[in-house]
Write a protein that binds this ligand. Structure first.
Ligand SMILES: Cc1ncc(COP(=O)(O)O)c(C=O)c1O
Length: 253
């Protein structure tokens, strides 16, 4: 595990690139998002695009045509690029990316790379894109309740798609993601990942202005992995009490 810097994804990527550049003859670099040095963004997008390939078959059948709106959360871009790819040329399909709005607008309080005065074009970690960075090009600290969205850069393909207006961008706050997670657990019986909960939170807002439209949200992961963060955010005192009771039970047993 990474012990340098802020000990987040940015630092893990730095350490990995460092290790790889020292030992490239017997080491292979693997990255779980659509960013990093070329051709990693393209490789990840191609592999992830099985999502939209399959979806296109299914939407033809269930909607007898195309969906109207598609929504996905955006950390680096792997789930959203995989989800959007086969619909990019279908100009009537609205594609919406949702970033981590964190706890506010100040520098370091969120992970919004698009529509953010604190983000600018730069080159870091092997790729050119939009980054949350200072005037010297040092990557900024970021904040999101969701580890997968808590990152200073965005995949270059998405930065481009935002620039040409093909993908719209919005964001959801930490607390909106938690509320959406609770809402879908209660009403749909699913526990979405905190990353996906951002897409769901934005969808709840988007739906308020739409009628009779077919909307698809990419639920990129399961929320079981986030249970320690989610339960703490929902009811800290009750969660602490539960953990303490469990520890007592273990000690006794
Ligand atoms: C479940 C889940 N969804 C979304 C993301 C965001 O990454 P990406 O934008 O590359 O899909 C992550 C990243 O770790 C994740 O774990």
């Amino acid at each position: 595990s990474v012990s340098s810097g802020s000990k987040t994804l940015k630092d893990a990527v730095n350490e990995t690139l460092r290790e790889w550049s020292k030992r490239s003859e017997d080491t292979f670099y693997v990255l779980g998002s659509a960013l990093g040095p070329y051709p990693y963004p393209d490789m990840v997008r191609e592999l992830q695009s099985v999502i939209s390939k399959e979806l296109k078959k299914q939407t033809k059948k269930y909607f007898s045509g195309l969906p109207d709106v598609m929504v996905a959360c955006v950390g680096g871009g792997s789930n959203s690029m995989g989800f959007f790819t086969h619909y990019l040329m279908d100009k009537n399909v609205r594609l919406i990316g949702v970033e981590g709005g964190g706890i506010g607008e100040e520098r370091g309080a969120n992970a919004k790379r698009i529509h953010n005065i604190h983000a600018s074009e730069g080159i870091a970690q092997g790729y050119k894109s939009l980054f949350l960075q200072d005037k010297d090009g040092q990557l900024s600290q970021t904040h999101s309740i969701s580890a997968g969205l808590d990152y200073a850069g965005i995949g270059p393909q998405l930065a481009h798609l935002a620039e040409i207006g093909r993908v719209e961008f919005t964001s959801a706050l930490d607390k909106e993601a938690i509320e959406a997670c609770q809402f879908f657990a209660k009403h749909e019986g699913i526990i979405p990942a905190l990353e996906s909960s951002h897409a769901l939170a934005a969808t709840i807002k988007i739906c308020k202005n739409l009628k009779n439209k077919n909307i698809i949200v990419n639920v990129s992961g399961r929320g079981d992995k986030d249970i320690f963060i989610t339960t703490k955010a929902i009811n800290r005192a009750k969660w602490k009490g539960f953990l303490q009771a469990e520890l007592t039970r273990i000690d006794k047993g």
